[in-house]
Write a protein that binds this ligand. Structure first.
Ligand code: PLP
Length: 277
């Protein structure tokens, strides 16, 4: 018997039970289940949030790499998002793969309907295996237009270098270039080769908070999605930004420590407990 921690309401009154905070996810679909919307849904479930997954793009990929993708038409994405917004109180929004400059502008149209709602932007440009999930123009459009309405962006260092147009830049140099565009910037260090991973949170007031963790062996598919959705979930739950970043980094590290290898390629974070008995 699964214990979800809910009172045992009779069926007719169950609707009166308070709902978990709703997080609208605008991300791509990854049929391997490691990244994209499935990662968002699993990570948000683990935070006790309700994921409302709206598809921005379809991808063809396995745990090794991506071979193709198709971005949905603007009208389809707007219709999905508006259906959710008209029906549920959205407590936070998480952005993953957008895939095109048009989709960046579509997100701006959606955020117009959600003033004041925290927005976590994971600037996805590449799959874990290295294949492109959008041209660099998409990153520049995010920087120029989307960052202004985002609470925080969560690039890894290679993504931060693309966004900052500093191919050899350090995290500090990239942050200096990007902070005029965005209030909070979390540059993750998982792609480096130091023995520890240095994740750095930059605030527009000039302060920097460092979160260091042990580097785990192997490479992972969906770690960035897991981090950004968890962070959106923690903000939806009302946690303060620095606390939410710490919780999201800790949770993501544990999902990587316990990761599985379901295919021939990268490891997939284990975001949910396996044993519900
Ligand atoms: N979103 C989609 C749909 C993807 O397919 C991928 C990677 O393959 C990502 C996001 C980013 O994955 P990661 O969290 O490994 O950076």
């Amino acid at each position: 018997m699964i214990d979800f921690g809910l009172p045992d309401y009779p069926r007719s009154t169950a609707r009166l039970a308070p709902s978990r905070p709703v997080v609208l996810c605008l991300s791509g679909h990854d049929p391997s289940g490691g990244a994209g919307l499935q990662a968002d849904i699993e990570a948000l479930l683990a935070q006790c949030c309700h994921a409302a997954p709206a598809v921005t793009a379809l991808t063809v990929q396995d745990t090794v790499d991506v071979s193709d993708f198709r971005v949905l038409d603007r009208d389809w994405v707007l219709a999905q998002a508006h259906a959710v917004i008209a029906d549920m109180p959205v407590a936070a929004v998480k952005l993953g793969m957008l895939g095109s400059v048009e989709m960046v502008d579509t997100v701006l149209m959606i955020m117009d309907k959600l003033p004041g709602v925290p927005l976590v932007c994971d600037p996805v440009l590449r799959a874990g295996g290295g294949g492109a999930l959008g041209k660099e123009d998409v990153g520049f459009a995010m920087r120029e237009r989307l960052f202004a309405v985002s609470t925080i962006a969560t690039p890894n260092l290679p993504e931060a270098r693309i966004l900052a147009e500093l191919p050899e830049g350090s995290a500090d140099q990239c942050a200096e270039k990007l902070l005029p565009y965005i209030e909070h910037l979390l540059i993750t260090g998982g792609h480096g080769d130091e023995s520890e991973v240095h994740n750095r949170l930059y605030l527009r007031d000039g302060s920097r908070h460092d979160f260091t963790c042990a580097r785990l062996p192997g490479s992972y598919h969906g770690s960035g999605c897991t981090l950004a959705s968890t962070l959106a979930g923690r903000l939806a739950l009302g946690q303060d930004l620095i606390g939410a970043v710490k919780t999201a980094l800790d949770y993501t590290w544990r999902t990587l420590r316990d990761a599985e290898q379901p295919g021939r390629g990268q490891f997939v974070p284990r975001r949910l407990p396996l044993d519900f008995s």
